[in-house]
Design a protein around this ligand. Structure first.
Ligand code: IPM
Ligand code: MG
Length: 356
């Protein structure tokens, strides 16, 4: 019997509701005749930890989770703490500390979900956005001078390294190659950003030579937003910089029906460190503590976690159970226009798993 050690970091807001739901579902999956089990360890890092200790996680926090097989993360964000502190003090510390350089964001319109694109069928939207997750606009390079004076200056410098671009391009081409359509769109802005993005384009051309069976094209990020709305079926796998993909992935999630459904994986493809899986929605303080959060984004993130652990059958079982419950409007939470509660959706997924 294999044992997978999972670090659970619920974080803030509805993270504290959806992560326990995810644990329950994983536990049910393992209990139902699988040849693996989970050992969960929870870490109470986030806004509350900050109020008690003055930081979002302990200084040696990364050491505590380094030996885990994967991390299940809720969300970080607290109305009483500046967003850049909650982000840099926890989530980015883990992503960058563990060099999880590939952020993978699949988007599909699940059965039963009412999505806003009336001109396209549900199958026309089946994308995976690969987000560069270690540098670019999120490199953290920059500073402020003359603070508080009229001549104050502030800079955020986007850093792109050839090695960093090469590794994310290679990852994206490989992922595109593994999907039926073998198609990649390289998102760029090399018309305006004439240094880093020009190198980005050059590296795409060079890496594409290693993948002759992958069809690929280049799209400017602004034009890409319009293409996502007008010609969704023309896209399959996309690769973009940290900030470009951040924006495109919210658009993708909304076009697929709700931010409450979308999952993500922060992956270290070389498996030197544990990878981290999380729903894309934020901490949603307006509904926290009420049992109203949609746990589907967390469940789909658990599917990605299982795939990463090398358990494709368990992943497929869970995905099938998720699609059965989204197909039933009685099991839709408020973000989908329904009245179901987190606990109803969780119980329904578990009962589907037990009946398979
Ligand atoms: C995301 C989120 C984060 C980001 C926020 C919470 C800082 O929007 O994962 O897409 O910008 O990376
Ligand atoms: Mg985002």
């Amino acid at each position: 019997m294999k044992t997978y050690k999972i670090a659970c970091i619920p974080g803030d807001g509805i993270g504290k509701e959806v992560i326990p739901a995810g644990q329950e579902v994983l536990q049910a999956l393992a209990a139902g005749g699988s040849d693996f089990r989970f050992e969960f360890t929870s870490f109470g890092w986030g806004g509350d930890w900050y109020r008690a200790h003055g930081k979002m996680m302990p200084d040696d926090g990364l050491e505590a989770i380094r030996g885990m097989d994967a991390i299940l993360f809720g969300s970080a964000g607290d109305p009483h703490i500046p967003d850049h502190i909650t982000l840099w003090g926890l989530r980015l510390k883990i992503c960058q500390g563990f060099d999880q350089y590939a952020n993978v964001r699949p988007t599909r319109i699940l059965p039963g979900i009412d999505a806003p694109l009336k001109r396209c069928g549900p199958r026309d939207l089946d994308w995976v956005i690969v987000r560069e997750n270690s540098e670019g606009e999120y490199a953290g390079v920059g500073g402020r001078a003359h603070q508080g004076h009229p001549i104050e200056v502030a800079t955020d410098v986007s850093i792109l390294t050839r090695a960093g671009v090469e590794r994310i391009m290679r990852f994206a081409f490989r992922l595109a190659q593994s999907r039926p359509r073998k198609q990649l769109t390289v998102v760029t802005k090399s018309n305006a950003q004439r240094h880093g993005m020009v190198m980005w384009d050059e590296v795409a051309v060079a890496v594409s030579k290693e993948f002759p069976d992958v069809r690929w094209d280049k799209e400017l990020v602004d034009a890409c937003t319009a293409r996502m709305v007008n010609r969704p079926a023309s896209l399959d796998t996309l690769v973009a910089t940290n900030l470009h993909a951040d924006i495109l992935s919210d658009l993708a999630a909304a076009l697929a029906g709700s931010l409450g459904i979308a999952p993500t994986g922060n992956i270290d493809p070389e498996r030197r460190y544990p990878s981290m899986f999380e729903p894309i929605h934020g901490s949603a303080f307006d509904i926290m503590g009420k049992g109203l959060a949609n746990p589907v984004g967390t469940f789909w993130s658990c599917v990605m976690l299982l795939e990463h652990l090398g358990e494709p059958q368990a992943a497929a079982r869970l995905m099938a159970a998720i699609e059965e419950i989204t197909a039933d409007p009685k099991l839709h939470t408020g973000d989908l226009g329904g009245q179901a509660r987190t606990a109803d959706v969780t119980a329904a997924v578990i009962s589907r798993l037990n009946n398979r």
